[in-house]
Design a protein around this ligand. Structure first.
Ligand SMILES: Cc1cc2nc3c(=O)[nH]c(=O)nc-3n(C[C@H](O)[C@H](O)[C@H](O)COP(=O)(O)OP(=O)(O)OC[C@H]3O[C@@H](n4cnc5c(N)ncnc54)[C@H](O)[C@@H]3O)c2cc1C
Length: 252
């Protein structure tokens, strides 16, 4: 089961969004991650096990290391899982991630930026960048079964978005600054950003935002971020990944 299905997100009307006015779908790409130095890598430490390595001082357990980098790496993978399980979270701050995120709405941004600790963003400026080319994030309406109603809802959303662009351009023509003009934009307008977070903060975000009580768009984004983080640091996130890819009706 994939993560989105695991958390109970469906997307039955994806095809209907294809030709909708300036629709943009979300995308998430991990573009950088903390990497140990050459010397450390040669001794078997990588991004996935760096946190565990730093925690070894806590118990002076470096003596368990051998001359075999592979064996050391294996020991630290196990230790990573143990740290997570115990809630020994501070070493997870050693690993920092940079994601390139596109196609998320202003409505999502308002929720996402409530997270403050170990986390940051560089968003496209709506004060300085002209909004005439804005794209929009459309709802999945996955809780509606009647296709005709979904078409009608998407048409309403399109109408609002088209009107917003028209009004924005008109305001600028009349002499409004971009920062005053932007106030006609609906919260569905899409943004592009770089997102920075350490592994501890990411785990916290995932616990809150993959949960069924969170809003669907931020749940979808969290699933995409987790999928990316799993590629390089599986042992830091495997518990959350397994929780949401294992059938469990309770989580939906
Ligand atoms: C399902 C859901 C519904 C929500 N609904 C609403 C809503 O209706 N209205 C609304 O305004 N917000 C709402 N929120 C936002 C929520 O209140 C938090 O602001 C947001 O989830 C960020 O969480 P956080 O503070 O734990 O994260 P972070 O800011 O990243 O903080 C991480 C951790 O650091 C500690 N910490 C952070 N700041 C402080 C501090 N000042 N003092 C002491 N310890 C601190 C806490 O342990 C915290 O968990 C909702 C969140 C969720 C997940």
């Amino acid at each position: 089961m994939d993560l989105r299905t695991g958390i109970g997100l469906k997307d039955p009307w994806k095809e209907l969004r294809k030709n909708v006015y300036r629709n943009v779908e979300p995308s998430v790409k991990l573009i950088a991650i903390t990497e140990p130095t050459k010397e450390m890598k040669e001794s078997g430490v990588d991004s996935n096990t760096l946190a565990a390595y730093t925690s070894r001082h806590c118990w002076e357990s470096t003596t368990k290391y051998t001359d075999d980098p592979k064996a050391n790496n294996e020991l630290d993978k196990q230790l990573t899982r143990k740290l997570v399980q115990m809630g020994h979270d501070t070493p997870l701050q050693a690993v920092n991630y940079v994601f390139d995120v596109d196609g998320v709405s202003k409505a999502l941004q308002a929720q996402w930026t409530r997270h403050k600790i170990g986390i940051g963003w560089s968003f496209r400026s709506t004060r300085y960048v002209k909004a005439s080319g804005n794209q929009f994030v459309y709802n999945t309406y996955d809780y509606i079964t009647d296709e005709a109603k979904v078409k009608e809802l998407l048409a309403l959303d399109e109408e609002i978005n088209k009107k917003a662009i028209e009004l924005y351009d008109k305001k600028l023509e009349l002499g409004s600054t971009k920062q005053d003009g932007r106030k006609v934009m609906p919260v569905s307008f899409a943004s592009h950003c770089s997102f920075f977070a350490n592994a501890r903060a990411l785990r916290h975000l995932f616990k809150l935002r993959l949960d069924k009580h969170a809003e669907w768009e931020i749940r979808r984004l969290s699933a995409m971020l987790l999928e990316e983080a799993m590629k390089y640091t599986p042992d830091i996130f495997i518990d959350l990944y397994e929780k949401y890819t294992t059938t469990n009706e309770e989580q939906k």
